[in-house]
Write a protein that binds this ligand. Structure first.
Ligand SMILES: Cc1ncc(COP(=O)(O)O)c(C=O)c1O
Length: 415
């Protein structure tokens, strides 16, 4: 009999049974008009224009021309990858510390992800770490704003311009974060968003692409929604490209529209609370909270986190996190798996075995993926502790309690 593997969990199931004395995002806070919009969908017998209403409302709120709704960010980035029209074997530079959903679309198009290292002390990459990775096969840079911290985009855009590269963003963890007064998601050619239940604008399994670019919008709808099919008189659907039907459902659009009405106040609360928590954690010797850059006016924090000075403590980050979970922070843990060159073992195998697109051609040289290729990110994640239960339900007393618990566990484990 096959051995049963433990499958990854998602949604409310991932936090079910968590105990602790701090808030937990579930059950999610729903916008007051949620039932009204859902009722409209039902009453219309599924003829409502809820998806278009959500798309227009989100684009307006983000100050971007087009929103193309999808069932998640993974599909949003998949459709974007298909729409760019790059060739198999072309390289896309991607943040090394991110979720698997960032890269799936690239792999399906047989592009080659290239992972620069992170900048020391931070969770994101930067123009300095990207620069040495640019080759004549590089076509685009996909910037992920991890935890809600926006990458330093101006130097990244300048570098990309110099080399004729597209820049686009993964904004799953940073909805309504602001960089120098500009919203994350408006800082490149296009951006992918997630409205998954667990995300800051939790709306069920949803997402979208944003772009100001008219031809790209047309292509995204053709490839992502219309199955790459054009209507041929006296014939019907002519599938000129292998497109998808990755549309958002009307009911998710109804929930997303209602969530959009409360997102700004939720994000403002997260921003206030993460800044307070950051100040409190910074006072604990040996503990370094994720640094918030000066350019970040709004930190729409999806998860809270800090690193440990390994010389200051007797225990590993795993033991520290377990003690912290027992002490009362629900869902606290480490996050080594976020280092994609380490967690994508199938990609390691393909590169090692030179399986397509790592065969030559279409690749022009050999590739290898491992944690060691990104030593700064690896070292950072070795000591990184985070909790995704941080949410807009936090009040100052919760930040104080969380910081007290971190201090207690720190004091128990000091060298
Ligand atoms: C940074 C990042 N990118 C992509 C995804 C995938 O988003 P979705 O679950 O909506 O497909 C996630 C979700 O965890 C994420 O955090």
């Amino acid at each position: 009999m096959a051995t049963r593997i433990e499958r990854a969990k998602y949604g409310a199931e991932a936090t079910a049974g968590l105990s602790g004395t701090l808030p937990n995002p579930y059950p999610r806070t729903m916008g007051p008009n949620c039932m009204k919009y859902l009722q409209e969908v039902v009453d219309s017998g599924l003829t409502s224009d809820m998806v278009t209403r959500f798309e227009q409302a989100f684009a307006r709120e983000m100050g971007v021309k087009h929103c193309i709704a999808t069932p998640g960010c993974n599909p949003a980035l998949t459709v974007l990858a298909a729409a760019f029209g790059f060739e198999p074997g072309d390289e896309i530079i991607v943040s090394p510390v991110t979720d698997y959903g960032t890269v799936l679309g690239l792999l399906k198009e047989n592009f080659i992800p290239v992972f620069p290292d992170t900048t020391p002390g931070t969770i994101n990459f930067s123009a300095e770490t990207i620069r040495p990775c640019i080759t004549d096969r590089t076509r685009a840079i996909l910037a992920v704003h991890m935890t809600g911290l926006v990458c330093d985009m101006d130097p990244i855009n300048d570098l990309a311009k110099k080399h004729g590269l597209i820049v686009y963003e993964d904004v799953c963890q940073a909805v309504f974060s602001e960089y120098k007064g500009r919203l994350a998601g408006s800082l490149g050619l296009a951006a992918g968003f997630s409205f998954d239940t667990e995300k800051t604008m939790g709306s069920d399994v949803g997402g979208c692409v944003l772009t100001d670019d008219d031809p790209l919008e047309e292509r995204l709808r053709f490839i992502g929604h219309s199955r790459g099919a054009q209507m041929q008189p006296n014939f019907g659907r002519l599938h000129t490209v292998p497109g998808y039907a990755l549309r958002m459902t009307q009911s998710t659009a109804a929930i997303s529209l209602a969530q959009l009405e409360i997102i700004r106040s939720n994000v403002a609360q997260r921003d206030r609370m993460i800044r307070l928590l950051t100040r409190l954690l910074a006072d604990i010797p040996g503990v370094t909270p994720l640094p918030i850059p000066d350019y970040q006016n709004v930190y729409s924090s999806w998860m809270a986190g800090f690193t440990l000075d390994p010389k200051a403590f007797r225990c590993s980050s795993d033991v520290f996190a377990q003690q912290l979970a027992r002490a009362g922070i629900p869902g606290v843990g480490t996050g080594r798996y976020y280092l994609l060159p380490a967690s994508l073992t199938f990609l390691q195998d393909k590169a090692r075995n030179r399986t397509y697109p790592f065969s030559m051609p279409p690749a022009s040289h050999a590739y290898a993926y491992s944690a060691e290729a990104c030593p700064t990110a690896k070292a950072f994640l070795e000591t990184f502790i985070r909790w995704t239960t941080f949410c807009e339900k936090y009040e100052p007393e919760h930040c104080e309690r969380a910081a007290d618990l971190v201090r207690q566990v720190s004091d128990q484990n000091r060298v």
